[in-house]
Design a protein. Structure first.
Length: 448
């Protein structure tokens, strides 16, 4: 929560010449990027800091909506003074554009699509490491997420296989990609295979590839995920859904570092790091005989347990600010009733459900939490092909467009098929499990 702010009081000449006890103590402050392209970046100082995107400024941001020298921050009296340096898009506090202010405790400012938290560092906390609020694109500041960040930070620089365990909607793919981006393989491919979304008769080719003519319908060759990701990372989502008869082939890749495509006799050497994820209890599946124990041990070199959102409600305000800024609406204020209900909701769909709620609120749509509708309050955000999304990073803009198309497509098919998910899957040529995921992702309703 932002602390109180006060207008900058004029100093008399004597006050300006005579340092106060607070100035003798050298006020220290911390800058944290709460959301935006540089989310998680932090910096501590007791001197003047210039913030902007220009090369060489004290605190450089990559946000294209931030000016070259956007603002400066300097200790002053018992707080820190923030001055906007004539930025193009302005500096905002709680939706109001400011030219300067003095922060005595903490405040969050919006610059372009970036939200900065500026806070005074207590004297007894000077030697403590700053609290992390992100790992790559993974957002959180509560104790459960601090523990997860520690596991991810230690695992990322290595080639160890990582197994992500978490409920549906907890952001396993985002975490996997963040591991990849924090690893020495960051400049190589990151290839995703959703083992629950690919039809059973296609999963082998999807993973291992095939030659032309390897089977009926194989009119072209396919490299497969492991060869496509050579030098990089393969993310195997919903690994618990991998058919039992294919598990020995995956184990062989892990053990030997080789892949043999369908239709080939000679194995090929590959250099890949594997991150796997599941919402299943794999240990129980091993006991049930539906998942190989030897494969489980090879996958579970590093286990990262992702807490569900209901176990980290302290992270909800941070996630809300992140999503609002990511959608280009950093000045948007959620309706009071919705803010109240967010903390009380149990979030069965986890972070994915929260994002959906925020998107609906920004679109001005009614939001349902616990079967109770709450009026939205924003303007429509669903992008049309002609919308200007250039203020967003390419990946976010593409995701917005793909999500908008996917939602409309699934809504239309649900209507056409009377809400029958099996029929939707058959019509769309998608796996039924994947259609279920899409229905849950977009807060839709259907039945089997």
């Amino acid at each position: 929560m932002s602390g109180p702010t006060k207008p900058l009081a004029p100093l008399s000449r004597s006050a300006a010449l005579r340092p106060s006890p607070a100035e003798d103590a050298r006020i220290r402050f911390e800058i944290t990027v709460v959301s935006g392209p540089d989310a998680g970046k932090t910096f501590r100082s007791e001197d003047r800091v210039v913030v902007g995107k220009e090369e060489g400024v004290t605190f450089q941001l990559s946000d294209e909506a931030v000016s070259r020298r956007h603002l400066e921050i300097e200790p002053r009296g018992d707080g820190v003074r923030v001055i906007d340096r004539g930025s193009t898009n302005g500096t905002y506090l709680a939706g109001a554009r400011i030219q300067q202010l003095t922060i005595h405790e903490e405040a969050e400012l919006t610059l372009g699509t970036t939200v900065l938290r500026i806070s005074i560092v207590p004297a007894d906390a000077e030697n403590l490491p700053p609290l992390r609020t992100s790992f790559g694109r993974v957002i959180g500041r509560g104790p459960a997420m601090q523990q997860l960040f520690g596991v991810l930070e230690r695992a990322a620089p290595t080639d160890s296989t990582v197994l992500l365990l978490g409920e549906t909607g907890t952001g396993k793919e985002v975490i996997a990609e963040s591991i990849h981006q924090a690893s020495p393989r960051r400049n190589k491919p990151f290839v995703v295979v959703d083992c629950g979304a690919v039809a059973a008769n296609l999963i082998e080719s999807e993973l291992f590839g095939h030659t032309r003519g390897a089977f009926s319908g194989a009119v072209t060759e396919r490299k497969g995920a492991f060869l496509e990701a050579d030098g990089g990372t393969v993310f195997l989502d919903e690994i618990g859904e991998l058919p039992l008869d294919l598990q020995p082939r995956l184990l062989r890749v892990l053990e030997s570092g080789t892949v043999k495509r369908l239709g080939e006799d000679k194995p090929r050497k590959v250099d890949v790091r594997i991150v796997a994820a599941t919402h299943r209890d794999l240990e129980q599946r091993v006991r049930d005989g539906t998942f190989r124990q030897d494969l489980y041990f090879r996958l579970a070199v590093v286990i990262a347990r992702i807490p569900p959102l209901r176990e980290r409600p302290e992270d909800i305000p941070l996630l809300v600010r992140h999503f609002v800024a990511q959608m280009g609406r950093g000045d948007f204020e959620l309706p009071p009733e919705l803010r109240k209900r967010l903390s009380a909701h149990t979030w069965p769909g986890n972070v994915r459900e929260l994002r959906n709620v925020i998107e609906r609120a920004l679109a001005g749509s009614d939001v349902e939490l616990g079967n109770s509708p709450i009026a939205g309050g924003g303007r429509s955000h669903v992008p049309a092909p002609g919308d200007d999304l250039t203020g967003l990073p390419f990946k976010d803009a593409k995701e917005r467009l793909v999500d908008a198309f996917t939602r409309e497509y699934i809504v239309s098919l649900l209507d056409r098929c009377g809400g029958n998910i099996t029929e939707v899957a058959r019509t769309a040529g998608l796996a039924r499990n994947y259609v279920h995921k899409l229905v849950n992702k977009f807060g839709l309703r259907g039945h089997d």
